[in-house]
Write a protein that binds this ligand. Structure first.
Ligand code: AMP
Ligand code: ZN
Ligand code: ZN
Length: 422
């Protein structure tokens, strides 16, 4: 039962806890309650920036155990652009960024203005997110309770809805405390306990940016994150839940090493006065036309071949990127080659040498952008290796596990069905 009828029934009958009171339920509601009770909880874990091949460093023993008794994909392919917000939202909506509306970590919308990860009011404004419907909403509409221990979009009021339980993003919150919150939610009584939960870790991505993917700091972040997952598995075992729930561990993208000197100074290649810049630094930058300036001339110049970078008018972006139809994609976009980063002379000078040694956001087909996928639980086959697949497929997979009908999406259940027990 979704929230409104549940509340109405409760207030009409003035019965404390009536949502679970059997005598006031219609046969349909009883059947739904039984279905909810029979649905194995599903926990979706994201380890931001966990490149698929990090797994082979043997620094993730708990993940290795899950993989040995579950499913391990060679890799999962992120959607383009291989950035955090676009891909987290692709995973929970089944829509590629161009279709889900979160086309970049930094965006401009003619109605809404600017969006960035650090802008709390933008991140919480549902109008940025409502081009797609996250799984927690569809689960809620099907009578399932939902909980997010961080996930991009979970703080926003999307089409009037939030997850039942959610937390404000706090980068400082320790991994084990995040796990403890998940365990606390799972300890709630039936009727209140969430069936769909998310959990998010960011240390691997941070270390990848700061020190590069091949650094000892990334290795340490892999160990630390695995320890938090070990804490989770331990807590689930103690509760007798470990073998009863389905766990999917994913990453949003991989990480590529960027040598300190690999910067493309965009302002030396085009006149910044002739455009409205949307983003001018990073792996993917974008520009819109400026009133009274010849944008065609800018495009003609920028769409010529460049060293270490490609620029396209949004209508000419190669089809395999599935990118450019959304109004939030700037008219001209420039994408750095893997291992390179775009900056302006000014933005680079401001960094005073403190540049990022790892980046993502590149061509999503590049092996360095490939992400982790491990799954474990009663629905999954045991000890199988799976082929690479697009991350939008995780959405119909999760809807299947929750026994709910997915919304139309870019994901294909047929791609991933083979990882489930028959
Ligand atoms: P990036 O590496 O630029 O694609 O973004 C990754 C960063 O996004 C992480 O290091 C987090 O600090 C930040 N982040 C992740 N989830 C959230 C969230 N739900 N709200 C705000 N910031 C977030
Ligand atoms: Zn990320
Ligand atoms: Zn990152």
């Amino acid at each position: 039962m979704n929230r409104l009828p549940r509340l109405l029934l409760c207030s009409l009958l003035a019965l404390a806890g009536c949502a679970t009171h059997p005598s006031v339920l219609t046969p349909e509601a009883k059947a739904q309650q039984a279905k909810v009770a029979a649905t194995a909880p599903l926990l979706l874990i994201s380890i931001d920036g966990y490149r698929a091949d990090y797994f082979d460093r043997h620094l993730s023993p708990t993940l290795e155990q899950l993989a040995a008794t579950g499913v391990h994909a060679d890799s999962m392919q992120p959607s383009f652009p291989s950035l955090t917000f676009p891909n987290h939202y692709a995973i929970v909506t089944g829509m590629v960024p161009d279709h889900n509306g979160i086309v970049n970590n930094n965006m401009v919308d003619t109605q809404l203005g600017k969006f960035s990860l650090k802008d709390r009011s933008a991140v919480r404004n549902g109008l940025w997110w409502d081009q797609a419907t996250p799984l927690w909403e569809t689960a809620d509409a099907n009578g399932l309770r939902t909980a997010t221990m961080f996930w991009p979009g979970s703080e926003a009021d999307i089409q009037g809805e939030h997850p039942d339980y959610w937390k404000k993003f706090k980068a400082k919150m320790k991994p084990n405390r995040r796990v403890d919150q998940i365990l606390k939610w799972l300890d709630l009584p039936a009727g209140k306990r969430p069936t769909f939960l998310t959990l998010y870790f960011d240390a691997v991505d941070h270390a990848g940016h700061e020190h590069g993917p091949d650094s000892p700091e990334v290795d340490q972040a892999l160990r630390d994150t695995d320890a938090a997952i070990a804490h989770l598995v331990d807590g689930l075992r103690k509760r007798g839940l470990f073998d009863k729930m389905n766990i999917i561990v994913v990453a949003d993208h991989g990480m590529a090493s960027v040598p300190k000197e690999n910067h493309i100074l965009i302002d030396t290649l085009m006149s910044m006065d002739d455009v409205e810049p949307v983003t001018t630094a990073g792996v993917l930058v974008g520009f819109n036309p400026k009133l009274g300036h010849d944008f065609n001339a800018v495009e003609q110049q920028m769409e010529q071949p460049h060293q270490h970078m490609h620029c396209w008018d949004k209508t000419r972006i190669p089809a395999r990127f599935q990118y450019g139809s959304n109004a939030r994609v700037p008219r001209l976009v420039c994408l750095a080659d893997v291992g390179w980063s775009i900056a302006t002379t000014e933005s680079l000078a401001k960094k005073k040498g403190h540049v990022s040694l790892g980046e993502h956001g590149y061509d999503n087909a590049d092996p360095k952008m490939r992400a982790l996928f491990v799954a474990h639980g009663p629905a999954f086959q045991r000890g199988i290796r799976f082929h690479n697949f697009p991350n939008v497929d995780v959405y119909p997979l999760m809807a299947h596990l929750l026994g709910i009908r997915p919304k139309l999406s870019d994901g294909r259940f047929e791609d991933v069905q083979g990882m489930l027990k028959q």
